[in-house]
Design a protein around this ligand. Structure first.
Ligand code: MSP
Length: 513
């Protein structure tokens, strides 16, 4: 039985159309999921939308729609985004899905029945933008520290989760699992915050927000939206219905929760405490990616008109160039900048000139010099040595996606250099001359066959390695080489079968002005 790997993204608020930050998270999660499939693992990749709460209800109201109709319409844009980006998710969960609602209520009840939830009164600050409670000290001039929006004062009856009793247990579990939160700087931030302030009991229900999952023990209340949303990670792999419990057993605990830095507190302190209270094992790693900012270094903002539309970018450049740009340009785990001119530069120089040309030149030469068939040949040992396969594996293991991609492209450069050094066109001409005039013909033919075999075999390996990053391109390369998609174990040189039919296809990347 192969190992399992379970990865999740945050579930997006469908309170507006998806932006490039949402796309970035899905692309990076997809790359990791696909890499683990290449390793031969049984992968489950979950993404979706977070559809309840006051923020969504307000947006629906502004649009003059009932909230369910509103989220039904908005979720379509997020599903479309996944399709356009070519993500390989196994499920797109919506928190309005009936199975999720049952699980969210089940977990609330379980924690309540254990005596860890009590009825009280919440009086304090709340930011409806991130659906988060804040203390006076947290606010900046009365505004939400994350969104800069005015916080609202709330005073109402509420159920509370005794999160305050989990301070030490939470610190202990962070200590026990070195990779509980990555990058490590983020883990330190959380540890420092908890050591300084401890955890407080958490309001987990609202009486004045009807658009939510009813609290199972008191239907006057709805579940606090984070007490609903976080639970998607277990409901998404089948905590309900009971017949799908095997799937839960198979995939839980999650191997990676991939999230942005603004929601780390919710995914560490709150989520871990809920899981401990419910007696559910903790996820292995919460990985925090950086934020994509605009070229001027600002956050994307609707009011400033600086929101970047990923669907428009895919329409203009294609999914793979956008995936490639984001995966290569932004060191994974750090903030980065989106610039259309930098995307074009990478598309023209790296995708079209380096990768596109390598594939095109090789296929054209195989058609011209070997009648479109992979010749019998030996992979060139000097070229093989240029591929840092173990290094790439290590980089992917450490989630240094940008470095791994850089390493694959360094091998692509070596292959282009190999063509320039070996000059297969000269070998072909010499061979033709010798065939008429001299005895060295057989030797030249063999050399040409070896060069072309090495190139085609290397491209086969490159195509496997690129599959997690630019899957559509990888498929196109496979079709041109006449090979089936491979796994990581097939990245051994010399596995390309002689006689495979090579066929020039459409150009892989068109250059843009
Ligand atoms: N609904 C919550 C998450 C609940 S998870 C149980 C939420 N939604 S969101 O739509 O605001 O954000 C979804 C994800 O996108 C989050 O991980 C967030 O950090 C990420 N990003 C939002 N803006 C971003 C950028 N500008 N850049 C990169 N990622 C960003 O929070």
């Amino acid at each position: 039985m192969p190992g399992k790997f379970y990865i999740t993204t945050a579930i997006d608020y469908p309170s507006g159309k998806p932006h490039l930050g949402h796309a970035y998270e899905k692309i990076t999660a997809d790359c990791i999921a696909r890499w683990h499939r290449l390793l031969g693992e049984d992968v489950f990749f979950l993404t979706g939308t977070d559809e309840h709460g006051s923020k969504i209800a307000k947006k629906a109201n502004e649009a003059g729609k009932n909230p369910k109709k509103y989220v039904d319409e908005m979720a379509v844009f997020f599903k479309e985004l996944c399709k356009k980006l070519n993500t390989s998710h196994n499920r797109f969960i919506r928190t309005t899905d009936a199975d999720h609602v049952k699980v969210a209520q089940g977990i609330f009840k379980k924690i309540h029945d254990k005596g860890e939830i009590y009825l009280g009164k919440y009086s304090g600050w709340y930011c409806p933008e991130c659906e988060t409670f804040y203390t006076e000290k947290d606010l900046k001039d009365g505004n939400c520290p994350t969104h800069g929006r005015k916080a609202e004062w709330i005073s109402e009856e509420s159920y509370f989760f005794k999160m305050g009793t989990y301070t030490q247990k939470f610190l202990d579990c962070l200590e026990k699992n070195p990779v509980a939160i990555l990058p490590l700087g983020r883990k330190k931030e959380i540890i420092n915050r908890v050591k300084a302030d401890g955890l407080n009991d958490l309001s987990v229900s609202r009486v004045n927000v009807p658009w939510g999952i009813p609290v199972p023990i008191d239907e006057k209340h709805t579940q606090y939206v984070w007490m609903d949303a976080l639970i998607n990670y277990v409901s998404g792999v089948g905590a309900f219905p009971p017949e799908s419990k095997d799937k839960l057993k198979r995939f839980w605990p999650a191997d990676i929760h991939l999230i942005g830095k603004d929601i780390l507190w919710h995914h560490s302190a709150i989520w871990f405490s809920i899981l401990m209270a419910a007696g559910i094992p903790l996820p292995k790693t919460v990985f925090v990616h950086g934020f994509i900012n605009t070229e001027s270094g600002d956050k994307m903002s609707k009011s400033k008109g600086t929101v970047i539309d990923p669907i428009g970018l895919v329409g203009k450049y294609g999914a793979d160039p956008l995936r490639y740009f984001l995966l290569r340009e932004i060191p994974f785990g750090q903030d980065g900048t989106f610039s259309e001119s930098a995307l074009k530069e990478r598309l023209n120089n790296e995708l079209a000139n380096e990768l596109g040309n390598l594939v095109n030149r090789t296929v054209v030469m195989a058609e011209k010099y070997c009648k479109g068939k992979i010749p019998k040949g030996k992979a060139n040992p000097a070229l093989q040595k240029k591929l840092g396969l173990e290094k790439i594996k290590g980089l992917m293991e450490r989630l240094e996606l940008h470095h791994a991609l850089g390493e694959i492209f360094s091998f692509i450069s070596s292959c282009n250099q190999f063509i320039n050094e070996k000059e297969p066109w000269s070998l072909f001409q010499k061979k033709a001359r010798e065939k008429r005039e001299g005895p060295a013909y057989k030797h030249l033919e063999k050399e040409l066959d070896n060069v072309l075999y090495s190139l085609a075999d290397s491209i086969r390996v490159i195509s496997i390695l690129l599959q997690p990053f630019i899957p559509e391109t990888s498929e196109k390369i496979n079709r041109q080489l006449g090979v089936k998609p491979g796994l990581l174990k097939d990245c051994e040189f010399g596995l390309l079968k002689e006689g495979a039919k090579v066929k020039k296809g459409e150009v892989l990347f068109k250059k843009v002005e």
